[in-house]
Design a protein around this ligand. Sequence first.
Ligand SMILES: Cc1cc2nc3c(=O)[nH]c(=O)nc-3n(C[C@H](O)[C@H](O)[C@H](O)COP(=O)(O)OP(=O)(O)OC[C@H]3O[C@@H](n4cnc5c(N)ncnc54)[C@H](O)[C@@H]3O)c2cc1C
Length: 352
Amino acid sequence: MEFDYLIVGQGLCGTLLARQLINAGKRILVIDDGKPDASSRVAGGLINPVTGKRMVRSWLIEELLPAAIEEYSAMGKEIGEQVVHITDIIDCHTSSDDKMQFYTRASVDNEFLNSEDQAGEFQDFFHLPFGTGQIKPALHIKIGTILNYWRARLSDSGMLAKETFNLEHCQISHGSVIWNGLKTSGIIFCDGEAANANPYFHMLPWSKDKGEVLIVSIPGLPDNHIYRHGNISIAPWNDGLFWVGASHDWKYETTAPTDVFRANTISILDKWLKVPFHVVDHRSSLRPANFDRKPFVGFHPHAPNVGIFNGMGGKGFSMAPYFAKQFAANITKGTPIMAEVSIVRYKKILSR
Ligand SMILES: Cc1cc2nc3c(=O)[nH]c(=O)nc-3n(C[C@H](O)[C@H](O)[C@H](O)COP(=O)(O)OP(=O)(O)OC[C@H]3O[C@@H](n4cnc5c(N)ncnc54)[C@H](O)[C@@H]3O)c2cc1C
């Protein structure tokens, strides 16, 4: 079988880009080592239209949200299972200051914020001394279902190499890329946080951001909402369980799950939940974050057949669908990539 492009990595980014390119008629070989704790496999799959403590609209959300709904809905149809749930985030205020902040922001911009207190509806499950606000719409993506389906589909069609890619076994010249005897016209790195060690891209402003989560059983808690308390959210997970996370840790001694996160999160749940819960699993991963907080998309300005689709940080689920489509159109039709995400913005740094 002949291929047009190699894609390194089958996380969220590699999967969405591969799908777009395959739909555009390109022949793709995805190389992925199947790391169980890749960022996409530990993530909650949440799309929150507002950002941070001040709850300002997330960058480009007016375009990212409809693109995400369209893309994940189409993927769900192919899979035969709904993988995007349009829902809300019940923001359980943690203090009167927190509640005031929500009210103030909602009075300025209420497209995604509803300050009406719905504590009555949730009081059987949570202690809600400061009431609730609602963030709507929010999306919840069943990423495990998407990744597993595409892993099987690529594998069945001879488009997946289940191994670790090593740049030393790859010859890259201006005209072609040869890997394991296969000649292709380009290679695109969708390898998540591993890209910061890639000699083509290590100069980019990467900033590692470790996240930890607990997988928890909370019998009886309705699974048609996302619940938030400060920095901790509860979202539906697989098998009737809930995902509880996530931390952001920029200075860490270990990439493994820590006792400190587990104890702190259990203590928050003890005070927040009225119903019993039981921790089933504890996981951690590194987000492919960067100081610019905008993705890295496109071909290397000095190595035109080496591409990157990465740097999504903590917002991969909203940004990846929109920019996978844009990158694929750039590859197949030559249409431009938005300047704010194009890798060309780092032309100078990448020449070193
Ligand atoms: C705890 C946590 C919670 C998160 N929650 C959310 C959330 O709710 N919403 C949101 O939008 N984002 C969230 N994120 C961020 C989100 O996970 C990322 O933005 C996104 O999943 C990154 O996808 P990716 O494909 O770039 O990277 P990855 O998911 O890391 O995928 C990279 C793939 O490449 C493979 N790979 C790497 N190197 C090689 C190699 N040399 N050879 C072969 N294969 C290789 C890996 O095994 C992996 O399969 C969260 C992240 C964490 C850690």
